[in-house]
Design a protein around this ligand. Structure first.
Ligand SMILES: O=C(O)CCC(=O)C(=O)O
Length: 296
């Protein structure tokens, strides 16, 4: 499915593009069923109880343990911060919700799963990515399901994706697929349309020299001064299951917590241009066993 000229001009203007019904109901159900099967297989007794923490959980709170840093070529489970009661002097950390309701995300190489793999690297995706014209050679990385669990589903604070998957020059594009209806009530995405034209990728999320993760300035790029969150013009992007949203690596976007009684399960992966330099400090690194998959 090649993008139309009208879709391409919207992409250029706004920095994101909503494609309703990109996946059929049957295809979407197959991915959702597979997600539920993976969630059912999650065994917290053999898990380090790594939570997916972000800037929303406090300054320098970003997740960065071994389980996270070495997940780029595996299928691993990261927990909602609110699902874990922290350890005390006398009690170990423990889950305070059922295991399948504790998972914030499953990643970061979910395309290793045959169901997610076939849709990620399929012909339709290749055609869209080619027609977008953002990459000479698209490489896929950071494939994951995000669950946004009922009541405890965490906020994804305002960010742009090239900060987290830095290449020189920046080239990240997100493919975000709703496996359930996403509404303002269960935490749909919001965008600041056009911000990709002004936001500079001036910092990047890297492996810290002493372990863990940190943000580091990109040399020779003037830091942004805008308080993006507070700017007017943010637009919610509610969508039905089966919708795919393409996300420019510089566009500012976010999603709120999920206080509702419903999950908000989505599948997402990212692409970078194989012709750009992938930063060796990035938190997510390819491995000899699993280089980033080539879409085209
Ligand atoms: O699904 C969400 O709530 C956020 C996803 C996102 O921001 C991303 O994949 O870049």
């Amino acid at each position: 499915m090649a993008l139309t000229p009208a879709q391409l001009s919207q992409w250029e203007e706004e920095g994101y593009l909503v494609l309703p019904s990109f996946f059929s109901q049957a295809e979407t159900k197959e991915m959702l069923d597979r997600t539920h099967a993976l969630l059912s297989s999650f065994d917290p007794t053999t898990h380090p109880l790594t939570r997916f923490t972000t800037a929303a959980d406090g300054p320098n709170a970003h997740v960065g343990d071994e389980y996270f840093l070495n997940s780029g070529d595996k299928i691993r489970f990261f927990l909602e911060p609110g699902a874990v009661t922290p350890a005390t002097a006398t009690e170990p950390a423990r889950l305070n919700v059922p295991a399948d309701r504790s998972v914030n995300k499953i990643g970061h190489a979910l395309l290793l799963d045959p169901v997610f793999g076939k849709y990620t690297l399929g012909d339709r995706m290749t055609e869209v990515a080619k027609s977008l014209g953002a990459h000479k050679s698209a490489r896929v990385l950071q494939s994951m399901v995000i669950c946004k669990q009922p009541r405890i589903g965490g906020e994804v604070p305002c960010h742009n994706d090239s900060t987290f998957l830095y290449t020189d020059p920046p080239s990240a594009v997100g493919c975000w697929i709703a496996l359930e209806d996403c509404t303002p009530q269960n935490g749909c995405l919001s965008f600041l349309p056009g911000s990709h034209k002004t936001a500079r990728i001036s910092s990047r999320f890297v492996r810290a020299s002493g372990g863990g993760t940190t943000f580091e300035p990109v040399p020779c790029v003037k830091p942004n001064e805008e308080d993006w969150d507070a700017l007017p013009g943010w637009k919610e992007a509610p969508c039905t299951a089966g919708t795919m949203v393409l996300i420019h690596g510089s566009v500012m976007h976010r999603s709120p917590p999920n206080p509702s009684n419903r999950t908000r399960i989505i599948y997402t992966f990212h692409m970078v241009d194989g012709e750009c330099v992938y930063d060796e400090k990035n938190w997510l690194q390819p491995t000899p066993e699993m280089p980033f998959a080539k879409l085209f």
